[in-house]
Ligand binder design. Structure first.
Ligand code: SAM
Length: 337
C-alpha cells in the first residue's frame, strides 16, 4: 500500500530523553499501568492515527465512497442513541489500522472535503451538547479543528472563534475560509483577543463556551529536538495551570446562568486537568460539575479508552495499544447563577 509506504519512508522522529524521564516519573504515579501502554503508543509513530472529519458544506459523494473502499468506518452512530429519529450530522471516519490519507490543499473557489484530526478531539465538542441557534464561544480556537466540528454539528446563532496568537489567528481564518461557504460566514465572528479578558468584556453572553486550553501537548513535547529545549518546556509546564485557570474563570464569566462550559486539554497531566478544574470549582461560586453523558461514553468506548479515576471531575481518554486515540481530557461545568 503506497500510503503506508510513504509513512514508513518519513524520517524517524527522535524522542527527547529528558521529557521521557519526566513523563515516566509523573505518569507512572498518576496513571499506573495505563501509562506503560500509553507510552508504547507515544513512542511508536507508526501506530498514530488520524480521524477524517467530513465537511458537510462540501460535495462528499466521492469521498465517502473512497473512504469506504479504503476500509474506513464512521466513529459515531448515524442516529442519536437517545432518539432514533434524530440524525447526527457530525461524521468522522476512522480506520482500524494506522492508514493515512493526504491533506487537501487550499483552493479559493473550492471547499475542502475533510479535516484530519485526533478523533478524541471530537469529545469536547460532543460534550457541549449543542442545540441549533445557540451562541457559542470557542475561546482558544486555532487552528480551528473544534470550531469546524461545532459547525458540522449545528448551525449556531453565532460562533465566536478566538485566538490570541497573531500567526495562529491567521491560520484559524484560513481554516475557516477553506471549509465554510460564504453564505454561512455571517454566523462566525473571528477575534484576536486574550481569552482571559473576554469574560469581563462580554459577561453572560454565551450559551456554551469551549476552553480547549493551551497545554503541554504530550505528543509534540516528547519529540523535542534537543535536551535544552526539553528542559525549557518542562519549566514552562509549571506555569500552564495558572493560565488555564484564568481562561476557565473567564469562560465561566462569559457563559449565561444555566449555560455550559467545557474545559479540555490534550495532555494526561493531572496538574493541567483535574487540579485546574478542582481549583476553579473551589474558587468560583455558582458552578457545578456535570458528568459526561453516559450515552457518549457508551457509544465511544469501543474506540476510546477512558482512564479510571475515582472520584473525578472530567474524563481522560488515554491512548492504549488497541485504542490509540487521545490523550484528551474533558470536563463539563454548568453555571448555576
Ligand atoms: N481548539 C483548537 C483546535 O481544535 O484546533 C486547538 C487549540 S490549542 C490546544 C490552544 C490555543 O490557545 C493555541 O492556539 C494558543 O495560541 C491559544 N492561546 C494561548 N493562550 C491564549 C489566551 N490567553 N487566549 C486565547 N487563546 C490562547
Amino acid at each position: 500500500n503506497t500510503l503506508a509506504a510513504q509513512c514508513k519512508s518519513k524520517p524517524q522522529k527522535k524522542v527527547c530523553k529528558t521529557v521521557l524521564k519526566h513523563f515516566d516519573a509523573q505518569y507512572s504515579e498518576e496513571l499506573g499501568e495505563q501509562w506503560y501502554s500509553a507510552r508504547d503508543v507515544l513512542l511508536n509513530p507508526l501506530s498514530w492515527q488520524y480521524g477524517v472529519l467530513l465537511n458537510r458544506f462540501s460535495d462528499l459523494t466521492n469521498v465517502k465512497q473512497w473512504l469506504a473502499e479504503l476500509g474506513y468506518t464512521n466513529l459515531l452512530p448515524q442516529t442519536h442513541p437517545k432518539s432514533q429519529t434524530a440524525h447526527i450530522p457530525l461524521q468522522c471516519f476512522i480506520h482500524q489500522d494506522p492508514v493515512r490519507i493526504p491533506t487537501q490543499s487550499h483552493h479559493p473557489s473550492w471547499l475542502k472535503q475533510y479535516f484530519l484530526l485526533n478523533a478524541a478531539s471530537l469529545l469536547p465538542v460532543l460534550s457541549l451538547n449543542l442545540k441549533e441557534g445557540e451562541n457559542v464561544l470557542d475561546l482558544c480556537a486555532a487552528p480551528g479543528g473544534k470550531s469546524l466540528a461545532i459547525l458540522q454539528t449545528v448551525t449556531p446563532g453565532l460562533l465566536q472563534c478566538n485566538e490570541v496568537d497573531r500567526h495562529r489567528h491567521d491560520w484559524l481564518l484560513k481554516t475557516l475560509v477553506s471549509y465554510v461557504p460564504p453564505a454561512q460566514r455571517h454566523l462566525l465572528s473571528v477575534t484576536h483577543l486574550d481569552g482571559r479578558s473576554i469574560g469581563s468584556v462580554q459577561p453572560g453572553a454565551y450559551d456554551k463556551v469551549l476552553v480547549d486550553a493551551p497545554c503541554s501537548n504530550d505528543w509534540s513535547w516528547l519529540y523535542t529536538p534537543d535536551t535544552n529545549q526539553g528542559e525549557m518546556w518542562l519549566k514552562e509546564r509549571t506555569q500552564l495551570p495558572l493560565l488555564q485557570k484564568e481562561l476557565l474563570w473567564s469562560a465561566l464569566a462569559a457563559v449565561r446562568p444555566g449555560g455550559v462550559v467545557v474545559y479540555s486539554t490534550c495532555t494526561m497531566s493531572r496538574a493541567e486537568n483535574q487540579s485546574v478544574v478542582e481549583a476553579v470549582l473551589a474558587s468560583y461560586q455558582g458552578v457545578e460539575p456535570l458528568e459526561l453523558e453516559q450515552y457518549l461514553i457508551d457509544s465511544l468506548s469501543d474506540h476510546f479508552c477512558f482512564a479510571h479515576f475515582h472520584p473525578s471531575v472530567g474524563q481522560l481518554v488515554i491512548p492504549q495499544r488497541d485504542k490509540t486515540w487521545g490523550p484528551m481530557y474533558v470536563s463539563r461545568l454548568r453555571r448555576i447563577y
